[in-house]
Design a protein. Structure first.
Lengths: 120, 276, 249
């Protein structure tokens, strides 16, 4: 069974916000747009953005100050990188290993290619 | 806040609805879908008090819509597919019609209009069809009614306007409001909707929140010859096939409304079983 | 807030109709003035202060209003004929009665009021002209009335020409005049529609004989008028609902 799928919208939005934080658009301890404001910007239902914000909160990338809004946590960029590292290892890397196994490419070939890639 | 109970409705020659039961809650944007002639507009007219049911009840905020109570009408706004704007200045139109809606907000109107790149300084009948639609929709949103019904809202809007439409509607939504959008152009409103209702064959074929759908179904692409065994439905695509299958702990996928619609119509039983 | 009738809400509907429905207003006015000018003018000219004649006048007025409503009834429901204007009007947050009344005012009462004012204006000017130049009051009245008739016939003709599709107006006019003639005969024993005798004086008819019958008929007309307006409401209320697939026009 081999089928492609794409990320749910709320996770796509999570990525978007993370990119913006990494790019520096929302520095640490600065306020990010409210749920409704962000929903309007990306043209989605506010409930979807709520899910995204909840996800980011649970990853400690943002925190909520009641009545005021959501803010970027300290060390958010590091946390984002850690989160992405873990996702990569668990998903893309696993898929990659499956693929090279199926195509019967030995891992040594991959390592060689990687080493030579930097030399070009 | 909208309750439809045991609704029967038909014209002299044919029945449109039989024993229909449906509810709409606050704080949600509903997408109403159906084949041509399935009765989407009819259902909207029934909700809006423009049609009377043969049997059964349509209740909005506790008002029986059969009575057409002005207080109920002041809390709902119907943006029909075809509508009329008189040959007057926009300001005049506002002056004549805004007082009917006690929660009308001039601020919201100006904000929505600027979202579309328009203002009130125009003569309504000199606008293009698309601009008239935008102007009318802005008025509808500014009326701040608890129920807003839109029949094919993106029909006639140019490409940038569709985007503006989504932004404007998204920013006007509140937890007390209900918006019902009936449309064939599902891609125009794809991420805006959080509940899907499909009418087919005189009854409700499907009625679920989007969160539920993405929780229980997966929408994916499969290469030819690699259709998953538990796929409920498949249709051809450039990659091979677009498939719908039940979700078994995999990561969620975005909802593909067109695919869902076709799946529901083709395999109603199978879909129903997943949500049972 | 009353759900059946609320003055403030009614005013909002009326204001909207007045602003947006000038066409039926003008048509109604032209029709009413054209049709009624001839007949009712003669009755009040009697200068009588008897209760009987006043009752008759009142009855004829009610009937005239009713006729105006009938004549304009096509106008009253005209905004419901097209799907788009139907939707715009029917979804207004107002009661059916307020909607109906607003349309009746715009299409029926106002045109009649315009006529009524003009008629009394004519009557007044008749007296003034009379004092200013004529010996006989009738002659002054005759000139003023002629001027009025010419003016409004021209308005009537103009609008009739401008809106060529209203062939039904011609048919209705013929019927209305016949009906008026009938009532004139019942009430006044006179079939003639002409007021002017050979030397240009208003013919003052003697309103005696048929006394009780005329009174009964007068009351009957009042009641008919009231019933007609009431029945119109129920019919109009039904029309505000889509009862069959909306015709796209």
């Amino acid at each position: 069974m081999d089928f492609k799928e794409s990320k749910p919208i709320y996770l796509q939005i999570v990525d978007r916000i993370c990119n913006e934080i990494v790019m520096g658009k929302y520095p640490e301890n600065e306020r990010i747009p409210s749920v409704r404001e962000y929903a309007a910007i990306v043209e989605v239902n506010a409930n979807t953005v709520v899910r995204s914000y909840d996800f980011l909160q649970s990853g400690d990338v943002i925190f909520n100050r009641r009545g005021i809004g959501y803010f970027v946590s300290e060390g958010a960029i590091e946390k984002i990188t850690a989160m992405r590292r873990e996702t990569f290892m668990n998903e893309q890397l696993a898929d990659f290993f499956d693929e090279i196994d199926m195509l019967k490419i030995p891992i040594e070939t991959i390592v060689e290619l990687y080493k030579n890639r930097n030399k070009k | 806040m909208i309750l439809i109970n045991d609704l029967d409705f038909g014209y002299s020659k044919h029945k449109v609805f039989e024993n229909l039961n449906l509810t709409f809650d606050e704080g949600k944007i509903y997408g109403l879908l159906g084949l041509n002639g399935a009765g989407k507009s009819t259902l909207l007219y029934l909700i809006g008090g423009l049609l009377f049911a043969d049997n059964g009840k349509v209740e909005f905020n506790g008002f029986d819509m059969r009575e057409r109570n002005p207080r109920a009408l002041a809390d709902l706004f119907f943006v029909s597919e075809e509508f009329e704007l008189p040959d007057v200045k926009f300001e005049t139109y506002i002056k004549l019609h805004a007082p009917f809606y006690p929660n009308f907000s001039r601020e919201t109107l100006d904000r929505c209009l600027s979202g579309f790149g328009m203002d009130t300084n125009c003569r309504l009948n000199r606008l293009s069809m698309g601009q008239k639609k935008k102007a009318f929709m802005c008025f509808a949103l500014a009326a701040n009614t608890r129920l807003l019904i839109m029949d094919e809202p993106t029909n006639g809007l140019d490409i940038p306007s569709k985007s503006q439409f989504r932004q404007v509607v998204s920013s006007c939504m509140t937890d007390e409001r209900t918006i019902i959008i009936s449309t064939h152009q599902v891609r125009d409103v794809e991420n805006l909707i959080d509940h899907i209702t499909i009418i087919n064959d005189k009854r409700i074929a499907f009625d679920r929140p989007v969160a539920d759908i993405t929780d229980r179904l997966i929408f994916a692409d499969a290469k030819m010859g690699q259709r998953p065994g538990n796929a409920i439905y498949a249709q051809p695509s450039p990659v091979g096939e677009q498939v719908v299958l039940p979700r078994n702990g995999e990561q969620e996928t975005p909802l593909n409304i067109e695919l869902l619609f076709n799946a529901v119509l083709a395999e109603r039983e199978k879909v129903a079983n997943i949500f049972a | 807030m009353n759900d059946f009738f609320n003055l403030k809400r009614f005013w909002l509907v009326l204001r909207r109709e007045l602003r947006l429905s000038t066409k039926p207003l003008i048509i109604g006015t032209a029709l009413t003035v054209g049709l009624l000018l001839f007949d009712i003018a003669g009755i009040y000219k009697s200068h009588s202060s008897s209760v009987e004649d006043f009752m008759i006048f009142l009855a004829m007025l009610t009937f005239a209003v009713t006729v105006a409503v009938w004549v304009s009834s096509a106008q009253i429901s005209r905004n419901l004929a097209r799907k788009t204007s139907f939707l715009a009007f029917s979804t207004l947050p107002a009661s059916s009665f307020e909607r109906y009344l607003a349309r009746v005012v715009v299409c029926g009462f106002l045109p009649v009021a315009v006529w009524f004012t003009l008629y009394f204006g004519v009557h007044l000017s008749d007296t003034i002209v009379d004092y200013m130049q004529m010996n006989s009051s009738s002659q002054g009245g005759f000139i003023a009335l002629c001027a009025c008739v010419i003016l409004f016939s021209s308005v009537f003709a103009f609008w009739g020409a401008a809106f060529r599709r209203y062939g039904f107006i011609v048919g209705f006019c013929v019927t209305a005049f016949s009906v008026f003639a009938l009532f004139r005969w019942i009430l006044f024993g006179n079939v003639s529609l002409m007021f002017l005798d050979p030397i240009g004086r208003f013919v003052q008819h003697d309103f005696f004989g048929y006394g009780r019958l005329r009174l009964v008929l007068a009351v009957a007309l009042l009641i008919i008028g009231a019933i007609n307006l009431g029945a119109g409401y129920f019919i109009y209320r039904r029309k505000q609902m889509i009862v069959k697939p909306i015709k796209k026009k």
